[in-house]
Every structure is written in C-alpha cells, then in structure tokens.
Design a protein around this ligand. Structure first.
Ligand code: GDP
Ligand code: MG
Length: 394
C-alpha cells in the first residue's frame, strides 16, 4: 500500500476510528481498481499489432469484440480497446506508421501521444526506418517504448521445416542479435527487443517484457497490469496470488472495520460480507476462473471447456459467485482451518459442524479467505498446464 495511505491508516487505527479506517482502505483499493493504464500498440501494417491487442485482452482473433485482424491493414485510426475485466486498462490499436503518410512527429500528434503511458512498437521481421524514427520521436516526448519482434512462432516453424534438428535457442539468439544490430545502426545504443508471438504469449520473451514493465511502471499501474495480464506462466500466476493476498489483508481490515453494523449469520458480527464477496469475485477474475474467462481460454487454446473445468477443485471456480456461495465456502474453509490449527482447533471447535452456528473471528475469516485464494490459485495453475498441454508449442 502506498506509504501515504499506510501512515494515515496507522493514525486512524491508533485513534480507533474504525469506520474512518475502513473508508481509507476502500478508497485506496478503489483507486487501485480505477487507476488508468493506457498502452499504445504501434508498428508497421501487418506486423501483428491488432493480434497483440487481442492477446493482451485474453481474446482470440476474429471473435466478438476482438480488434479486426488480417492480411489487409484494417486499422486506419487509433482505436481504443478496453480490457474486458479491468476497464481501467485501455489498449490502443494504432494505425501502421507507414500507412498514414505522416512523418513520425505528425503521426504522434495524430494519435494523441500524451495520453499513453507507454508504447509497444511491433515488427514481424526487420525493424524499419519508420519504427526507429517513431521510437526517437517517442523518446523526445519523454515517453517510454518497447520493441517487440512478433510472429516468432512462424520463424520457429519455418526453421523446423528446413532443419528438424535445429536449436531453438540459437535461432532466437540469431533473431535477437539481428534486431539489435539493425536498431543500433539506426542510432539506438543498447536497444532491448522482446521476441514474442501474439498468438502464444506464454512462449518466448513476452514474460521478460512484462518483467521489464514491472520494474519501470509506477506501483499502482504495475499491480493493475499484473492482475489484468493473461496467465502466461506459472510465475505470473504466483505473482498474481501474492498481489491478491495483499489485497485480502487490506480488505480484511476494511471489512472488519466497516462490518460492525452488518452482522451476517455464521460470520463474525464484525465482518462485512459484501466486501468479502467482491474480494472473492476479484480473485476469480484476476486468476481467470470465471465461467466467461474459462470459455475465452478454451477459445484461445482450443482445449474444451469440459477439459478445463475438470481441473477445478474450488467450489468458487467456474461458477457464478453469489453471497450465499461465498458464505458457505468461507465457513467450510474456516472449519477446516480451525480443525487443522491444533491450538485454536482444540479450543474453539470441538465439533466441526458447529462452526457455522458460531461466529468466526475476523482473524479466522482472513485466514479462510487466504485459504480460498490458495485453492483458486492452485486451480489456475492446473488449468494453465492443461490449456498448454494440448496446445503444445508449434
Ligand atoms: N503465427 C502468428 N501469426 C500472427 C502473429 N501476429 C499476427 N499474426 C497474423 O498476422 C496477420 C496480421 O496481423 P494483425 O494483427 O492484423 O496485424 P496489424 O496490421 O499489425 O494489426 C494476421 O493474419 C494475424 O493472424 C503471431 O505472433 N504469430
Ligand atoms: Mg491491425
């Protein structure tokens, strides 16, 4: 949590003004949820810009709501695509630099460069002069840019056809070195190029791009981007879990502080169920476990929805999350936690079934939430492996 908020919150808690503290935390979390991150995807026509826009939004080309893609340039003016689950993340599909007849400075003016947080310049073969001019102009405007060399899956496939014993690492190095050299001759001292495939984000170096963004973006944007990112690796899923864990900690404080007046049967009189429910929903969305997101994953990977669902163990995964369901799972998880925590378990729950009848402490609710998150994250890891297993790399 931002230090400023932390300090104020501490004071509020010391003064024991719980409703005020709850408001603080909720305001902060709201800010996090609504903090805008605006990404521009640019490059030559046909380089794979629109495909990358779709991949970042977790949807397949040519499905409903997807940015139009194809061999013919389809984007003639900047088009905004809102992330389907996180409306604060906006990805702009910009027209191909070469298609507009603008010089780099006029192009940037035309696309309204001020509003973007950073640019991704996509190229599917050589980086062209246009790309370099654009990058320099972006730099001159004090904005950040990243080079992405796309369609690497094609290069790998083509090379494999010609030489089945080829070494993928060698090929990737060759492509990377080539791109770097080109950009160096165009005046970039040590350009960073990320090799990627817009149709298979989990392969190659897309994760490295994300890691770089993580280091360079301000904290609020970093967390927003992480939670919106498709599950491209086990590591990304683990980091999502950690980020959500931090949110749970703060939401528990808020829930405990705000909930005093909203007692729910089975739950501590001091816990606000609506805050807990929205927290669980947010976890399911970020981890890609809502029915809609599982369907999209099935569309993107070609693995059937049934096969993906077979990997789910949490009763909150792949279903519509309601307050009643959350309460049920929460109390069941709490019973499990209390029963497996020797000291607490022995003292507090002689018979597991009675836990529903009694009130859960805020601390137990917090632990139960973390337990729920763990189970959801484990489901996500299994679904991720399943989704990749049948859709093996080229
Ligand atoms: N195999 C593969 N095809 C891609 C990739 N990126 C784009 N394409 C295909 O290349 C064509 C042009 O892509 P598009 O996203 O429309 O390019 P844009 O003009 O830069 O927006 C489309 O047919 C895409 O399906 C990629 O990384 N791998
Ligand atoms: Mg396009």
């Amino acid at each position: 949590m931002a230090d400023k908020y932390k300090a104020i919150l501490q004071t509020e808690l010391q003064n024991n003004d719980l409703p005020q503290s709850a408001k603080m935390v909720l305001d902060y979390l709201d800010k996090l949820k609504n903090f805008p991150l605006i990404i521009a995807i640019t490059g030559e026509s046909g380089s794979g810009k629109s495909t990358l826009v779709n991949a970042l939004r977790g949807i397949r080309n040519r499905t409903e709501g997807a940015a139009p893609t194809g061999v013919v340039e389809t984007t003639v003016e900047p088009t905004e695509y809102v992330h389907p689950e996180m409306p604060n993340i906006r990805i702009w599909d910009l027209p191909g630099v070469g298609t507009t007849n603008f010089t780099a400075d006029k192009y940037l003016e035309y696309v309204g460069f001020e509003k973007y947080d950073f640019f991704i310049i996509v190229s599917s073969d050589r980086f062209r002069e246009n790309d370099a001019k654009l990058a320099k102009e972006i730099q001159r405007m004090n904005k950040k840019f990243y080079f992405v060399r796309s369609k690497i899956d094609h290069n790998v496939r083509d090379e494999k056809e010609e030489n089945p014993n080829f070494n993928e690492e060698d090929l990737l190095k060759l492509i990377r070195d080539n791109c770097t050299k080109e950009l160096q001759t165009m005046g970039f001292e040590s350009p960073k190029v990320f090799l990627a495939s817009g149709v298979r984000l989990h392969l190659y170096e897309f994760e490295d791009l994300w890691k770089t963004l993580k280091e360079e973006l301000p904290k609020l944007q970093r967390d927003a981007l992480l939670l919106a990112l498709p599950n491209i690796s086990a590591n990304v899923i683990e980091q999502k879990k950690k980020t959500l864990e931090r949110k749970i900690t703060w939401l528990s404080v808020a829930s405990a502080a705000a909930g005093a007046a909203v007692p729910v049967p089975g739950l501590s009189a001091g816990v606000d169920l609506s805050i807990i429910v929205s927290c669980v929903i947010q976890c399911a969305i970020s981890l890609g476990l809502t029915p809609g997101l599982l369907q999209k994953l099935s569309d993107v990977t070609g693995v059937s929805l049934e096969d993906l669902k077979a990997e789910l163990k949490s009763p909150l995964a792949g279903v519509k999350i309601t307050s009643a369901l959350v309460l049920q799972v929460l109390t069941r998880s709490a019973a499990y936690i209390l029963a497996t925590t020797v000291e607490e378990g022995a003292r507090l729950v002689p018979v597991i079934g009675t836990v529903v009848a009694m009130s859960l402490s805020c601390a137990t609710t917090y632990k139960a939430l973390k337990y729920i998150l763990n189970t959801l994250a484990e489901d996500t890891q299994r679904v991720f492996i399943k989704a990749l297993g049948l859709n093996s790399p080229v």
